[in-house]
Design a protein around this ligand. Sequence first.
Ligand SMILES: [Mg+2]
Length: 363
Amino acid sequence: MRITDIRLGKISVPLIVPFKTALRSVNSVEDVIVEIHTDTGHVGYGEAPPTGVITGDTTGSIIGAINDHIMKVLIGRDVDDFEDIIRAVNGSIINNTSAKAAVDMALWDLYGQLYKIPVYKMLGGSRKSIETDITISVNSPEEMARDAVRAIENGYNCLKVKVGSNPELDIERLSAVRQVAPDALIRIDANQAWTPKQAVNILNRMQEKGLDIEFVEQPVKAHDLEGLKYVTQNSYVPVMADESVFSPLDALKIMQMRAADLINIKLMKCGGLTNALKITSAAEVYGVECMIGCMLEAKISVNAAVHLACARQIITKVDLDGPVLCSEDPIIGGAVFNNKDITVSDEPGLGIKGIEKIRYIKF
Ligand SMILES: [Mg+2]
């Protein structure tokens, strides 16, 4: 199975409602698609969302990294030389983790197809289905309570709430959500909004009010590992590192420092399944549970994350609600998303069969 061509394209998928965080507001998923073609007719699929505010990667930089650097080390290579190829991709350019993630997942897709085995089984195969949380968008407390009721009615039992802009209002919002969802797990994501002392103060007030927060994601700035550690040591709420962890090395450092209780793995931060596996291995050694998360992504890259989550038991938390936030699904094949329940595909590779409405880029 020799790589003959790499085609790049774009897809545009509208969201049901705008997605708002402390950093941005977004109306649709606009992602870069990678197709790796082979002389056997097999195609490997990958996807990368341009999430400039988090990864620094833009549509232009993703396309440029693949077209100008990564493609050169792939054309003509045999997929069976898998490790060699993966190393070549990672050595072809520094950073650019979203572009690398898209290519890495497309290569795993092909490797699975070559040996006729689903990727989640190649990586460990611990389960066939997982349950995701759902994000309740930041709005008035009344609106958020209504959204929470709707989520519970649709079967979700784990809600994720974005916080950070206004602590008093955050507590009001969370109280409204907790009141209508007394049994749900509620996790919050501050997306770097607080100073360490603010974080401890706000989180402890939340717990004193009986909000029973499962964990908080990234309370402080990404680079402030000492601050993260301070929050971890002084808050009643368990702390998850998200923007602080891109590479396996970042994850290892945080675990060695005990700077966080939990780690959020995203393929776009670490550069794909290969590096994500390294993080899960380190986390297994340290006994640090992980969440698998995603950016605003359509189903191709989220599907790859599903394979990883179904492979490894150390991933105990799942935040893969990207596809259910989209108003249409142009992706054929892959995991089945049914509200909170996600079932992995048993087709070889990653199980993606095709993409509708892809706009190919001509060079
Ligand atoms: Mg986060």
